[in-house]
Ligand binder design. Structure first.
Ligand code: NAG
Ligand code: NAG
Ligand code: NAG
Length: 220
């Protein structure tokens, strides 16, 4: 079988290339959902966001900030730190608008990612979510273990919207606009939580509404 002498290595090489394409591509429905994330977050106010490179090729598992499970091929991490507020300055360089106004996230855009383990939206000028499209929508993502919302402008009302995210182990809300008294009941349903970062807010104390126990904290 002379044929095999050359064709086998060639076939092996083609298979390897195919395998790596599969690893870097994601499911069609998730690729489309990622493009929704792009248009939803990198809107007209974020004209030079790193997100704009999404969709230049079909290899969505290797798009900036996206990772996929290497067995199921499904998106398991979306980490979009500091992706909003970028614009092209008059000199043609990239600048970040430090005075950019607040905007409101539609959290439902992340619902298609059923295997999502990590969602990072740190430092994106977010002040909340649009009506009826808050983080409570993500309670069906039962693999979601890590949520980073640090360095945004969320106020105390964010806490009740996170109550249904019962698989969370790591939650960062540092550097937001949390103020005054925080009711520890807001975290009761997050029974798997191992790490909670509430630093760099203006929290005065934690109260437990049923028993009126007041735990004074050092001001962070
Ligand atoms: C698959 O991913 C796991 C962690 O998610 C990693 O430990 C492992 O090395 C990866 N395997 C390959 C073949 O990349
Ligand atoms: C939020 O996103 C979902 C999914 O893309 C969409 O169906 C819905 O209309 C959006 N809601 C608003 C208020 O834009
Ligand atoms: C907190 O943020 C929400 C938007 O998510 C807003 O509707 C509400 O008025 C804010 N509350 C306070 C006390 O500023």
């Amino acid at each position: 079988m002379e044929l095999n002498r050359f064709s086998l290595p060639v076939a092996a090489a083609i298979m390897m290339i195919n395998a790596s394409l599969l690893l870097e591509g994601c499911l069609e429905e998730e690729r489309i959902a990622l493009l929704h994330v792009k248009t939803s977050i990198a809107g007209p106010n974020h004209m030079a966001s790193p997100l704009l490179s999404w969709g230049n090729d079909a290899l969505c598992c290797s798009w900036v900030g996206v990772s996929c499970d290497n067995i199921t091929g499904r998106v398991n991490k979306i980490v979009l730190f500091s992706v909003t507020g970028w614009f092209i300055s008059s000199t043609g360089g990239l600048s970040r608008d430090v005075l950019m106004g607040d905007w409101y996230l539609n959290a439902t855009i992340f619902l298609p990612f059923q295997e999502l383990n990590t969602l990072g939206l740190r430092d994106n000028y977010m002040a909340g979510c649009v009506a009826n499209e808050g983080f409570e929508r993500l309670s069906r993502l039962d693999k979601l273990e890590s949520l980073n919302l640090g360095l945004n402008n969320f106020n105390n009302s964010i806490l009740s919207s996170l109550e249904g995210l019962s698989s969370l182990k790591h939650l960062s809300l540092d550097g937001n606009q949390l103020k005054g008294s925080i009711d520890t009941k807001d975290f009761d349903s997050l029974s798997k939580l191992e790490e909670l970062d509430l630093s760099r807010n203006e929290i005065q104390n934690f109260v437990t509404s049923t028993e009126h126990i007041i735990l004074e904290t050092s001001k962070s």
